[in-house]
Design a protein around this ligand. Sequence first.
Ligand code: NDP
Length: 491
Amino acid sequence: MTELERKQDRAPVPSSWDYAPAPEARDLVQLRERYGHFVGGEWLEPREAYTTIDPSSEEALAEVGQATSEEVDLAVGAARDAFENGWSDISPAERAKYLYRIARILQERSREFAVLESLNGGKPIRESRDVDLPLSAAHFFYYAGWADKLEYAFPNRKPRPIGVAGQIVPWNFPLLMLSWKVAPALATGNTVVLKPAETTPLSALLFADVLRQAELPPGVVNIVTGDGRTGGALVKHPGVDKIAFTGSTEVGKSIQRELAGTGKRLTLELGGKAANVIFDDAALDQAVEGIVNGIYFNQGHVCCAGSRLLVQESIYEPLVGKLKRRLATLRVGDPLDKNTDVGAINSRQQLDKIKELVAAGEEEGAEIYQPPCKLPEKGYWFVPTVFTNVAQSYRIAQEEIFGPVLSVLTFRTPDEAVEKANNTPYGLAAGVWTEKGSRILAMAQQLRAGVIWANTYNRFDPASPFGGYKESGFGREGGRHGLAAYLAFEE
Ligand code: NDP
């Protein structure tokens, strides 16, 4: 009798195969009751405040400031002072030291930051722990390396900093978008006024503590919290030399209008409606994982999300069958549980927008599939959704939903795939799945998108530039290109 046969009689048979809860410790984060603005290295008591919440429970987390234009003015003044009195003149190798310190501190405090990011934003702890935090630290490490090599990055062009950068970031990757913006700005010798999104200010406020630990000179990075009015005041401020914005196309357009003729520099990273194109020679099981990662990662709150799936007709049935089966295995729930795949929707406003677009999809005639799924009673939630029978003209095929909702379309030939993929006002990202390298290259040449992934999706690296075409914006973040956005040159 083998060991296994002997044990079989005694092994208890589980009554169900549900996952046991695996909660991350919430007490890793010590929240204050009230936060001010971080200006000139000090906390400025805000004149007005609002409450920021946990979207998975609607529980209040802390009071944060709603910066008025006077408070924005103080922050810009502190940034100008720091720029003119030291930061732009210190040796680039010294600047690099601060960036390295920030990167190391982010690594050391990564668990604390990951919990906070999930608590305030609703994203699964697995993602904040394994994606947001490592990538945020990687951006600071990467740009620390460039700080004293700008002459080599741009030979014979005499690069110099621009001055004060106003940076406005969204709520989908609060700390990561902060890192994408702050790291290259500091490496190139600029100073910063940052405004996090209204719903997710807490990781930026904890980052102020990282700056204190790193002994960054006061005023080099200032953080003002608040809603779009605070962002608007920052954009309008005459003391700001450059605006870097990530967010919706609508607000991006209004910022561009506002800045026209002012001479201020501008980079915009806006919305997307990326096509994920699956050819019939693709490895289907891997493609299904890529599709799931493409649209359900971070609840679909991703500007480059693969929200339009283009499937070659000959594999439509098996692929959609596999996708639906896979969908049923996704675990939706508590963002702080390490087993969770899909967390909470970031805000009630965003949930309403998703619901409205999903209703429009059903009304226009698309077929909806949602796996059986028990949602928590409190908080903002949406079941991972697939729409089939989608026509290109439907709103769910044209507009950015920014939620866990996939629209499936089909094609017969590569030309048709290119035409459909490019049939959008956006141009941020695309995915191509095929076993043929030549087809990948041919598709990549024809797809009008800033980033194209081949046989994978949603992979990021600080060395790789990211940005869009058309209504997805202009300018690049990441890589050497990301430095150029914060430099002026003597031509
Ligand atoms: P917004 O574009 O409004 O928000 C992005 C950032 O800009 C936030 O910090 C916001 O502040 C700020 N802001 C808002 N209005 C102004 C203004 N007039 N001047 C300057 N800054 C401003 O996105 P929303 O949060 O309203 O989301 C709406 C839709 O945008 C989503 O449903 C999604 O489709 C898309 N979106 C796309 C993103 C992307 O990365 N491509 C990211 C986020 C959203 P506040 O948070 O206080 O409003």
